[in-house]
Structure formats: C-alpha cells, structure tokens
Design a protein around this ligand. Structure first.
Ligand code: FAD
Ligand code: SF4
Ligand code: SF4
Ligand code: SF4
Ligand code: SF4
Length: 413
C-alpha cells in the first residue's frame, strides 16, 4: 500500500497512451482507469483544439476518449477550477478526476472553502508546473525569436530551462532566461508563481527528477493523500500502470530544480513589485492603469475567488451604471474582496480586454497581506482573512444565497 509522501517513477502499460503521453502517459492511464473502474463518473482534462495554441477543457465519460487528452499544452492558459463552479455544479452530484496545475489546485481550495466545490467528489491529479505562455505571445515569440511560422509548429515543450519547438524540419530550443530577458516567455504571473509541485492535490506528477533510461518515458509521481494512494495502487494492481522506485539522484535533482524555481519566483516578485513603487505612488499607478477599463467584467467572470451571485460591482449605489471607464470604486471593490485570497492565476490579466496588469496589482497586495496576517491562499481549507469578520449566521446566509454582502448597510426595512 502506498502512503502520503511515497514517490515513484510511473508509466502507462497501454502502448497508445505510452506513446501519446507527455512523459510515459501515467496521468492518462490513471484517468482512464478511474473512469473504467467507476471510481469517477467523468474526467475533466485538456485536449488540443485547432492547434497547439488552443487548449480546450473537455469533460470525458468514455474511457476510450482519454487518449485524445494525452500530452501537455504549455500555451494553454486555462484555469480549470472555475469550470467546476460554472458548469459542473461544483462536483456536488458527480465524482470527477481532473488534471490540475498549481494555480488550478489553489483555485479548487479557495472555491471549496467558499462552499462552491465539493472536494470529496474530486480526484485532483496535480501537475508540476514551470509555467505557461499565452497563445498570443507564443505565436509572436516563435515568429520573432525562432524565425519560424507559428502555424508550422507540431509540438512545443519546456524542458531543462528551454522553450523547445518541433516542426517538420526538427527541433529548435532557446533558453527561457534569454527569452524572458527580452520580454518573451512565460506569463508574468507564472514567473512569480511559487506553486511548482502541487502537494495539496491527491497526486503530484511531473517530469522533474526522472533520469537515466526512464528520462522522458516516465512520470515522477509523489503521493499526496490517501485518496491519491488508493487511485495509484488500484491502477497499478489492475495492471494499467507500471511503477518503480525513483533513482535517489533523481529525487535530489527534483528537489534542487524545485528550489531553484522558487528562488526564481522570488526574484521575479521582487522585480515586478518594485516596478509598482510604494504607497501613494503605487496607488497612483493602479488608478492610472485601470482608467483604461471598459467594464467588460472578464476579470470577475474568470477569477476563482469571485463566486458571488450578486456582484457588488453591479450595485448602482456603489458603481454608477453606464459609465466607462467605471469609477475607481469598481476596482476598489475587487481589491477589498479578493486581495487576501488571490492565487496569482493570471486570468484577470490574461483575459482583460484592455491589457491592464490586474493580476500583478492583486498579487502584490496579496503578498503584503500574507506578510501581515499570515494567511496563505490555496494550500488548505483555512478560511481567508476577510472571513474573520463574519458571524456564524452570516456564513450560513452566504452559503445559502451565494451573496458576498456581509452587512447590508443600505437595508431600508
Ligand atoms: P499525460 O498522460 O500526457 O497526461 C497529461 C495530462 O495533462 C492530460 O490529461 C492533459 O489533459 C493534461 N493537461 C495538458 N495540458 C494541460 C494544461 N495546460 N492544464 C491542465 N491540464 C493539462 N512537470 C515538471 O516536472 N516540471 C515542469 O516544469 C512542468 N511544467 C508543466 C507545465 C504545464 C503547462 C503542464 C500542462 C505540465 C507541466 N509538467 C511539468 C507536467 C508534465 O509535463 C507532464 O504533464 C507530467 O509529467 C505527466 O506526464 P504523463 O505522460 O503522465 O501525462
Ligand atoms: Fe503554472 Fe503557476 Fe503559471 Fe499556474 S500560475 S500555469 S501553476 S506557473
Ligand atoms: Fe487570479 Fe486575478 Fe483572481 Fe488573483 S485576482 S485569483 S490573479 S483572477
Ligand atoms: Fe468578486 Fe466581490 Fe463581485 Fe463577489 S462581489 S464577484 S468577490 S467583485
Ligand atoms: Fe476592466 Fe479589464 Fe476587468 Fe474588463 S477585464 S472589467 S477591462 S479591468
């Protein structure tokens, strides 16, 4: 029996998944087994759409369709957690296995503690994550830095610090550091991200630490919960997955790479946050940047912390309707409601119609609040700082109505 903390090299025993998988197809095999054995009713995974820049979230109930989702898409900047809330009734009425990067898992926890997802019904297959590149900047980078037509790229990968593309002519890689120094590369939130191995998932899977003859052909799996152990053991026992003990040198390398990535995250944080200035200079910058806002609501629609049925930004007594740009109160509301729990997923920036660096602003505030109050979002079920002002009956009302309003100061009766 596996237990929390156990580590394996794992790969698929299915020839198709072994070939199609990013690193031996262990994750695809786990997902397929979970469906076949009826441990879950459905799988939420990601498949390639029109091209490698088009990552499509897909709900699968037929195990034979799992092979369509094998492989990693680094130019897909999705956040899967919000989809549970929006389209899957928070996994309240079906058991779902899902592949989740660090930010995805963090979003799952923040939604779960707001009673928007039932984590008991979810198998969280975590994926280690060095970062993702926005489809728009990936195309630009491939054209300008690689001198390659982005439409001719068959596959991309991020390996050993390089962004590598594959075309009919072969492979070409450029160091990520070099790309990022010139303004290309990973999304800015990914550069600042420090959730590299998502151990709050049930399993954490990735290629770091797989060395020797298994390099590229197996996935390094860390067991992170009893649920994860049960899934891994059952799939292995059923002969769907092969495992072996990881090379001790591989474990050491994985630890070193993770530490190096965390340090890199810290240095990007220092650089990005310094660019905002401090105190009133920072506030002035935020006011100036957000003055481009056209109130398209994408930041709210896609933020995993924004879950309210009645959003305060739509209350006419707080934000005057029909005004573009909206009064700064629009953004202040979001800062007040979200900043303690922001998971730096980048969605509010990536999808902002006016390219406002919303995620940078919110993340900078979150890090300051974390220093002040010690609350770390996305890692467990601890309630956020703002929850401290709520009374028990208010929490029940919040759960019942989905409303964010803690005290209705405008109540007339
Ligand atoms: P497969 O059997 O190929 O299954 C991969 C699964 O990932 C599929 O189910 C697919 O739906 C899902 N998936 C693909 N793209 C996404 C996406 N964008 N978001 C969510 N799910 C997705 N490992 C490391 O050790 N270091 C890294 O730096 C690292 N960076 C990664 C960055 C990204 C964006 C992704 C998606 C993965 C990254 N991984 C990293 C994990 C690694 O690439 C493999 O996914 C992992 O080793 C499992 O390989 P496999 O062959 O078992 O998976
Ligand atoms: Fe990966 Fe972190 Fe970027 Fe999410 S925010 S895609 S976990 S690097
Ligand atoms: Fe993600 Fe932006 Fe919401 Fe933070 S504020 S959790 S970066 S969408
Ligand atoms: Fe987000 Fe606040 Fe609106 Fe709720 S009320 S959706 S937390 S901005
Ligand atoms: Fe304004 Fe950008 Fe949010 Fe749209 S996504 S409402 S433009 S800040």
């Amino acid at each position: 029996m596996s237990a929390k903390g156990d580590m394996y090299y794992a790969w698929s025993t299915d020839a198709d998944l072994l070939a199609k998988g990013e690193c031996g197809g262990a994750v695809s095999s786990l997902l397929k087994f979970a469906l076949e054995s009826k441990m879950v009713d459905a799988v939420l995974a990601v498949k390639k759409g029109a091209d490698i820049y088009d990552a499509v979230p897909t709900l699968i109930t037929n195990p034979e369709e799992i092979a369509q989702t094998a492989g990693s898409l680094h130019c897909g900047t999705l956040l899967l957690s919000k989809l549970f809330k929006k389209y899957l009734n928070g996994a309240r009425d079906m058991k779902i296995a899902v592949t989740l990067k660090g930010c995805d898992v963090m979003g799952m926890y923040e939604l779960a503690k707001r009673q928007q997802i039932n984590l008991d019904n979810v198998y969280m297959i975590g994926l280690n994550c060095g970062g993702s590149v926005s489809p728009v900047s990936a195309r630009k980078m491939i054209a300008e830095k690689f001198g390659v037509d982005p439409d001719t790229v068959i596959k991309e990968e991020i390996d050993k610090g390089q962004f590598i593309i594959e075309t009919a002519e072969g492979h070409k890689g450029i160091k990520m550091d070099e790309l990022e120094e010139e303004g290309y590369g990973r999304r800015s939130n990914c550069r600042r991200c420090k959730m590299k191995v998502p151990r709050q998932a049930d399993l954490a899977c990735g290629n770091w630490g797989v060395i020797g003859d298994k390099a590229g052909k197996a996935t390094f799996v860390e067991v992170c919960s009893e649920k994860g152990a049960a899934l891994l053991d059952a799939a292995t026992k059923a002969g769907k997955l092969a495992t072996e003990a990881p090379n001790p040198k591989g474990i050491e390398i994985r630890g070193k790479v993770e530490s190096a990535m965390l340090k890199l995250g810290d240095s990007w944080r220092a650089k990005d946050f310094a660019s905002l200035g401090e105190g009133s200079a920072r506030l002035k910058k935020i006011v100036e940047e957000t003055s481009r806002c056209i109130k398209c609501y994408q930041c709210i629609e896609n933020c995993p912390i924004c879950y309210c049925v009645e959003c305060s930004t739509k209350k006419p007594y707080l934000v005057k309707p029909g005004e573009v740009p909206p009064n700064f109160m629009f953004h202040l509301i979001r800062f007040a409601h979200i900043s303690d729990s922001c998971i730096n997923c980048g969605q509010c920036q990536e999808l902002c119609a006016m390219d406002i660096p919303n995620s940078l602003f919110m993340h900078a505030l979150q890090v300051d609040l974390q220093e002040m109050f010690g609350f770390v979002p996305g890692v467990d079920m601890t309630l956020p700082v703002l929850a401290l002002v709520e009374e028990n009956e208010e929490r029940a009302r919040l759960a019942g109505t989905g409303s964010d309003q803690i005290f209705n100061i405008f109540k007339t009766e």
